[in-house]
Design a binder for this molecule. Structure first.
Ligand SMILES: Cc1ncc(COP(=O)(O)O)c(C=O)c1O
Length: 304
């Protein structure tokens, strides 16, 4: 199912472990130890994942890897110039990001940023890691969000929907050359990685997705359009802007306390939404039916 030249999977118990394996593989393959990631991003709870995640945590946890530089969104030509400066020393092992950042309130990069990034990585021997733990398996309207850009990642991390959320599993998927470095020099033993019960659940979930992918993605597109239409018509108290990719929906109020207030009201009314900084985050099940989607949006409308 994985796109491009991603051929070989390494087992993990979840997303954080998959990201750690990716960082390890990048270091072993390139012989470098620096990383670049997005400011404010989230890549899991291990020391490796936290190191490439939001840098504010650095103040509290001195054990984080120190050699990770951050790119501040928006992701456009200006931020690409900063990437170029960082990569040109040819000492960065990998650039890691979510192709569409769920954890930054559905941040969608400009296509030119992604093409430029892939080109810079190729030219400087830097690996490109796409963390698809949250975006993988249809969330953003394509099977993988990376497919929406003209890029060929060297490594992809998946978890969450690989089991439909019903088993603990993750995978680091690499191209053949990166996989070879990992197999020769890496440490990837994991007692519960790909536990037989999780494997059974994953085979069922992936089998379902494979058999029904056309319908599933069509439903995602239809429900996404419906949500957009409903949101655009809502009488928000604070001006809101929307960032929508499939069924990853960010409603940006530009106001953290207002987002928190709406989130709390929704929760009280029985609608679970997340708030990420200034934004509300709606992540409905991909197979949600129209009536349930309408019910959720009605609650949101009452709470704004
Ligand atoms: C983008 C991303 N990477 C990594 C992780 C970590 O995954 P897990 O919680 O399975 O360790 C998450 C979890 O939310 C995530 O959203």
């Amino acid at each position: 199912m994985s796109p491009g030249s991603l051929k070989k999977c390494f087992r993990a118990t979840g997303g954080s472990e998959a990201v750690d394996l990716a960082l390890q593989a990048a270091m072993l393959h390139t012989g470098r130890s620096k990383f670049v990631s997005l400011e404010g991003s989230y890549h899991g709870n291990t020391i490796g994942g936290l190191s490439v995640g939001a840098s504010e945590y650095r103040e509290d946890c001195k054990n984080l890897l120190t050699r990770c530089y951050k790119i501040k969104p928006p992701l456009n030509a200006k931020s690409l110039a900063r990437v170029e400066t960082l990569l040109k020393e040819r000492d960065v092992a990998a650039f890691i990001m979510e192709p569409i950042s769920i954890n930054l309130g559905v941040l969608i990069p400009e296509p030119e940023f992604m093409t430029g990034l892939a080109d810079l990585c190729r030219r400087t021997g830097t690996l490109l890691i796409m963390d698809e733990v949250a975006t993988g398996f249809g969330r953003t309207g394509t099977l993988f969000a990376s497919e929406q850009f003209d890029i060929e990642p060297d490594i992809m991390c998946v978890a969450k929907a690989i089991t439909g959320g019903l088993g603990g599993m993750g995978a680091m998927i690499a191209t053949a050359p990166v996989a070879k470095s990992m197999e020769e020099k890496g440490h990837f033993y994991s007692t519960y990685g790909w536990h037989p019960r999780s494997v059974a659940v994953a085979i069922a979930a992936l089998g379902y997705i494979t058999r029904h992918s056309q319908r599933l993605l069509k439903d995602v597109a239809t429900t996404s359009a419906y949500c957009r239409e409903r949101l655009m018509a809502m009488p928000f108290k604070k001006p809101a802007s929307f960032r929508i990719a499939g069924l990853a929906i960010g409603v940006d109020f530009g106001d953290e306390s207002h987002a928190a207030e709406v989130q709390a009201k929704c929760r009280h009314e029985g609608l679970l939404v997340a708030n990420e900084g200034d934004s509300l985050l709606l992540l409905p099940a991909l197979n949600i039916d129209r009536a349930v989607a309408a019910q959720g949006l009605d609650i949101l409308e009452r709470c704004i």
